[in-house]
Unconditional design. Structure first.
Length: 138
């Protein structure tokens, strides 16, 4: 993930629900953040030093540095793998960022279970209890 940060609009509306995590980083501190596919990291206040590279024991080893200034966002492509990013505050004031992730969609197993529950509830509501019908005891 070596994308350049890009400026974004201050107000965006989306029909898809999203999870938002606000990150406050004190001066001189670093935070390790996970950017899943289709996520966005937006700088709200201050400059954030971004470090990309292999992760070993919670540390980014080889760092490719970029800076994200207030109002810019870094978007992880939907098809890209999950990436760990070191977020640092090189300044003297606290910085604030927000990590926005799309709400995960239910997998095939969860969808199948929901379908079966719907069928069972419909059968129970219709009173189907005769031998050989849905929900009948054998």
């Amino acid at each position: 993930m070596t994308q350049a940060p890009r400026p974004t609009a201050t107000a965006t509306t989306s029909a898809t629900p999203a999870l938002r995590l606000v990150l406050d980083i004190p001066p001189g501190q670093h935070v390790l953040a996970c950017l899943p596919p289709a996520s966005t990291l937006r700088a709200l206040e201050g400059d954030i030093a971004l470090g990309f590279g292999p992760l070993v024991c919670g540390q980014v080893l080889h760092v490719g540095q970029q800076t994200l200034v207030a109002g810019q966002a870094l978007t992880q492509d939907g098809g890209a793998p999950t990436a760990w990013v070191s977020l640092g505050n090189p300044g003297r004031r606290p910085v604030r960022a927000v990590l926005i992730e799309a709400v995960p969609q239910p997998g095939a197993l969860a969808q199948a279970w929901a379908w079966m529950k719907t069928r069972w509830h419909a059968a129970a509501a219709s009173g189907a209890r005769a031998s050989g019908e849905v929900g009948a005891a054998h």
